[in-house]
Design a protein around this ligand. Structure first.
Ligand code: PGA
Length: 246
C-alpha cells in the first residue's frame, strides 16, 4: 500500500501572515492519515518549523553552493527545514527554460541533500491535440529522472500544462491512461517502480478530488491554487483519506 500524498504548491504566494492558514489546517489535519506536504516560497520555509506537515522547496539549484546570485541550493532548503523539493514544474520549464537534463541534475542535487524530489512532467495543449502526449511523457520520464531514483527519494507529478490554473481537468480516462503509462515506465526502469508515488496535478479542487483519487495509479495530488487556503485544501485531504483504490 503506497502512502498517499497531498502536496500544496504555493508558488509565488505567501507572506508570514498566510502561515495562519497552516495553523488552521493543523487543527483539522494535524494527525492526518495521509502525508501532507506544503511547498511555500523559500522565504517562509524556516518559519514553517513548527507545523506537523512536511515542507518542501519549489525549486533548487543543481550546484551545492557558488556564484549563482538569487538561487537556492538543495542543501540550503534542507538546512531551512525542508524534506522535499519540487523539480521540473512546468512554470520553471517555461519561465526559466529548464530542460529535462537540468531537472534531473536538480533532482540529484535534492537527493544528495537528503530531500525527496517531486519530479513534475506533463504535456502542453498543442502536444495533447497533436496526439503526442505519451511520447512527450516518455521523453520527460527518461530525461528528468536520475538513475539513482527510488521509491523513497522520488515522487512523480503528472501535471498537464493546460490544466494548471485553468479550471480545465482531463477526463478520468485521460488521467488513467497517462498514470498507467507512467507506472509501466517506472516499473520497467526501477526495481521498486511499482512503489513510486504518482501524483495528479492541475486544477484539483474539493469538488473534483474524490473522482480523481478513484483513478488507478493516482496516489495523491499536487495542488496549486486550492492549497493556499485551509478551507480549500482541507476537503482535498479528506477526499484523499477516504480514497480506497490503492
Ligand atoms: P493548480 O496548480 O492546482 O492551481 O492548477 C497546480 C500546480 O501547478 O502544481
Amino acid at each position: 500500500m503506497l502512502r498517499k500524498l497531498a502536496a500544496g504548491n504555493w508558488k509565488m504566494n505567501g507572506l508570514r501572515a498566510n502561515l495562519a492558514e497552516l495553523a488552521k489546517l493543523e487543527e483539522k489535519h494535524g494527525d492526518a492519515g495521509v502525508d501532507i506536504l506544503i511547498c511555500p516560497p523559500a522565504t517562509l520555509i524556516s518559519a514553517c518549523e513548527d507545523t506537523p506537515f512536511d515542507i518542501g522547496g519549489q525549486d533548487c539549484h543543481m550546484a551545492t553552493s557558488g556564484a549563482h546570485t538569487g538561487d537556492v541550493s538543495a542543501e540550503m532548503l534542507a538546512d531551512a527545514g525542508a524534506s522535499y523539493v519540487l523539480t521540473g514544474h512546468s512554470e520553471r520549464r517555461t519561465d526559466h527554460g529548464e530542460t529535462d537534463a537540468m531537472v534531473a541534475a536538480k533532482s540529484q542535487a535534492g537527493y544528495d541533500a537528503g530531500l525527496i524530489a517531486v519530479i513534475c512532467i506533463g504535456e502542453t495543449l498543442d502536444e495533447r491535440e497533436a496526439g503526442t502526449t505519451l511520447s512527450v511523457i516518455d521523453t520527460q520520464l527518461a530525461g528528468s529522472i536520475p538513475a539513482t531514483a527510488d521509491a523513497e527519494n522520488t515522487v512523480i507529478a503528472y501535471e498537464p500544462v493546460w490544466a494548471i490554473g485553468t479550471g480545465k481537468v482531463p477526463t478520468l480516462e485521460q488521467i488513467a491512461e497517462v498514470h498507467a503509462h507512467i507506472r509501466a515506465r517506472l516499473t520497467e526502469r526501477f526495481s521498486d517502480g511499482a512503489e513510486m508515488r504518482i501524483l495528479y496535478g492541475g486544477s484539483v479542487k474539493g469538488s473534483n478530488a474524490a473522482e480523481i483519487f478513484s483513478v488507478p495509479n493516482v496516489n495523491g495530488a499536487l495542488v496549486g491554487g486550492a492549497s493556499l487556503k485551509a478551507a480549500d485544501f482541507s476537503p482535498i485531504i479528506t477526499a484523499l483519506e477516504a480514497a480506497s483504490n490503492f
